[in-house]
Design a protein around this ligand. Structure first.
Ligand SMILES: [Zn+2]
Length: 230
């Protein structure tokens, strides 16, 4: 009888061990989804850089370069909100986020305004409104946990991007700001809006129009994504 109990115990331990290993392996094999959003597109040109080039072209070029760069990563799946010059409205972008449920949402823009001297990158991470955790007690608790995770993840990514972009578009002041974006507003998703640099600053504009700098920006952002998911 004692022997039988011993065997059962050993079998039980083995089963637990096997179950845990399978769980671990499936977690390891799970690809993390990064949704890259080349802002504007089609009819919506964004800020104009020259007669032929607008913000929508720069954001798409960088997003496509990022997709190419990140395709080499086995643990990542890269999805774009658009991969050509087409109009994607705010609601479609939101629907995409809700459908894809990315592990991170990175939106690319080009800045403008604040005088000719304003230059360098700016990063926006969401604050998440209190409304986002509405609902019944358990659902509310879950949402609160998720909101904290989204907040932490967003700030962590913003800090990594800040470090990697500083070499390309140096900033004198702080380039990190807490503000909700209309695209991710009301959604529980970790996100950062990257305003690469200013189209209204002549030095920044020259760099933004250069294919080399576009590649460098894509590399800096891809490196940030890789570091974040490591
Ligand atoms: Zn924009």
């Amino acid at each position: 009888m004692l022997e039988k109990k011993k065997i059962l115990l050993i079998l039980g331990i083995l089963a637990c061990f096997l179950f845990c290993t399978v769980l671990e392996l499936s977690a390891m094999g799970k690809k993390r989804i990064i949704l890259i959003d080349p802002a504007h597109g089609g009819q919506d040109k964004g800020i104009k850089l020259t007669d032929d080039v607008a913000e929508k072209d720069i954001t798409l070029a960088v997003a496509l370069l990022m997709k190419k760069e990140l395709a080499k990563e086995n643990n990542l799946e890269v999805v774009l909100t658009r991969d050509s010059d087409k109009t994607v409205d705010l609601e479609d972008r939101k629907k995409n986020i809700e459908k894809i449920k990315p592990d991170f949402f990175l939106s690319l823009h080009v800045n403008g305004g604040f005088g000719k001297n304003a230059s360098g990158f700016e990063l926006y991470y969401p604050g998440f409104s209190e409304d986002i955790v509405k609902g019944k007690k358990t659902a509310k608790d879950d949402k609160l946990l998720m909101k904290n995770k989204c907040q932490n993840d967003s700030l962590a990514m913003a800090k990594i991007v800040q470090e990697n972009l500083n070499a390309l578009f140096p900033r004198k002041g702080r380039g990190l700001r807490k503000a909700d974006s209309p695209v991710t507003d009301s959604l529980l998703v970790p996100s950062v809006v990257v305003e690469m640099s200013f189209a209204t600053n002549s030095e920044d504009k020259k760099k933004l129009l250069s294919a080399n700098t576009q590649t460098d920006v894509a590399k800096a952002l891809s490196k940030s994504v890789k570091t974040f998911f490591r």
